[in-house]
Design a protein around this ligand. Structure first.
Ligand SMILES: C[S@@+](CC[C@H](N)C(=O)[O-])C[C@H]1O[C@@H](n2cnc3c(N)ncnc32)[C@H](O)[C@@H]1O
Length: 202
């Protein structure tokens, strides 16, 4: 496989990347090194790295996604994208403690099981340096309520596909973050009933 057209493709990445970029440009204005957890197709990685040339973008995903992810980066990536690393949140992360000053993850917490989400925050606690930022993009519920009918339908679809998946409660995520020494900085309303949460490590 050496053709971009043959690589895995996500239409939702194409739809949301332009709305996410200005938020990251503001949040990551002084960031030097970002770890992305669950990079998937790599479309976000190549787009954000290209438009945030002052920082290094380190993509990651579960080992089975690394080959196509590496290929996209080879074909489309700017020179500030690092070689993707295999990262399964429930296993030790192959990164030094405090290795990055930001972590970004899009559309992952509702795919992961609750145990995986807890492991995600444990990993963030270990590998994000003090004063570092965590940015999480995706749908969330508030006060046990869906924010839209489309999110309710999406949640049914997710759970049908995998009983352990599901849209996460904002309040639970904020609590996990707090336990990982992360304080909520902003909760930004995004198109299509998504949110961009940002936390700062104390
Ligand atoms: C819906 S995709 C999102 C991909 C990309 N971030 C995007 O926005 O299009 C969910 C991603 O989470 C990753 N993921 C799920 N469970 C994971 C785990 N336990 N550890 C690491 N990554 C995981 C999947 O491999 C997949 O790439």
């Amino acid at each position: 496989m050496s053709d971009i057209q043959q690589l895995p493709f996500s239409q939702s990445c194409e739809n949301n990347k332009q709305a996410i970029l200005p938020q990251l440009q503001s949040l990551f204005s002084t960031t030097k090194r970002v770890l992305e957890v669950g990079s998937g197709t790599g479309q976000h990685a190549v787009y954000f790295a290209k438009h945030l040339p002052q920082l290094i973008w380190l993509p990651s995903d579960q080992v089975q996604y690394i080959e196509p992810l590496s290929l996209r980066i080879e074909l489309e990536g700017s020179n500030n994208i690092a070689q993707p690393i295999a990262l399964e949140v429930t296993q030790p992360w192959s990164l030094d403690p405090n290795a990055v000053d930001a972590i970004f993850s899009a559309n992952t917490l509702h795919i992961m099981s609750e145990t995986m989400v807890e492991a995600f925050f444990d990993g963030v606690k270990q590998h994000l340096e003090r004063n570092g930022l965590l940015c999480i993009y995706g749908p969330f519920n508030y006060n046990n309520q869906y924010t839209s009918d489309s999110n309710r339908q999406f949640d049914i679809w997710l759970k049908h596909r995998n009983v352990n998946s599901g849209i996460r409660e904002f309040e639970w995520v904020r609590e996990l973050a707090h336990s990982a020494s992360l304080n909520l900085m902003s909760d930004i309303d995004m198109p299509a009933n998504n949110r961009l949460l940002s936390f700062k490590k104390t």
